[in-house]
Design a protein around this ligand. Structure first.
Ligand SMILES: *Cc1c(COP(=O)(O)O)cnc(C)c1O
Length: 215
């Protein structure tokens, strides 16, 4: 399948309120240029050095999404480049990013929903507790726009649906506490974006289903 076909098959299947982030990690600049020429403006990268290099080489109207686990010592590099940082998985990372945020930095809190220990994120209970006490996640120059989560890597459709449903429920529960700007639920990848959209995702992060397998 070509990039154009891969993109079209997803774009034609998602409702207009769902944003497609094209995950271009490991792919060379020319591949991103091809997607850009096809109208894509939201690109996702998970390595900071690669993100910085691509942002320098590509047009300025691209919205860069930092999607992977982020180390605190990369906050200074990523904050000025990324339109949205998807994977804030600790108070310490949030605090580090706030030091390098300008007026406002849009971030998502990553919530651990998978039945796997090797994925990052706060537990739903932990996140709710932090919000309730108000003692963290409260910098005025940080804008928590929503939540991000990754389902278990499994063929079990109902398990994936259950995990995404739990994240959507948490999102709806928390929205009134955080406010109007809390409007983004980033869930769904190549293998599970259809389930995620059915369960209320507003943003899917799709790589290999558009660009082909990564090495
Ligand atoms: C790589 C990656 C994706 C995209 O993965 P595909 O399975 O290729 O669609 C989505 N989200 C995160 C956090 C990733 O690291």
């Amino acid at each position: 399948m070509s990039i154009a076909e891969g993109l079209a098959s997803i774009q034609n299947a998602i409702p207009s309120h769902v944003t497609l982030v094209a995950v271009s990690k490991t792919k060379p600049i020319e591949v991103l240029q091809e997607a850009y020429a096809l109208g894509i403006r939201d690109f996702g990268e998970n390595r900071v050095a690669e993100l910085a290099e691509k942002a320098k080489a590509l047009p300025e109207d691209i919205r860069w999404h930092a999607i992977g686990h982020l180390q605190r010592n990369k906050a200074a590099i990523v904050a000025p480049i990324a339109t949205l940082i998807h994977a804030v998985d600790s108070i310490r990372l949030y605090d580090a990013l706030s030091k390098h945020s300008g007026e406002k930095l849009d971030v998502l809190i990553q919530i651990h929903i998978a039945d796997e220990t090797n994925k990052y994120g706060l537990t739903p209970d932990n996140f709710k507790k932090i919000l309730d006490t108000g003692e963290a996640f409260n910098h005025p120059n940080m804008n928590i726009r929503g939540l991000m989560g990754m389902a278990t890597f499994t063929d079990n459709h109902s398990q994936i649906a259950h995990e995404f449903k739990g994240l959507r429920t948490l999102f709806d529960e928390i929205q009134p506490l955080v406010g109007m700007d809390f409007d983004t639920l980033s869930m769904g990848m190549s293998g599970d974006w259809k389930i995620a959209v059915d369960e209320g995702s507003t943003m899917i992060r799709v790589g290999s289903a558009i660009f082909g397998a990564r090495n």
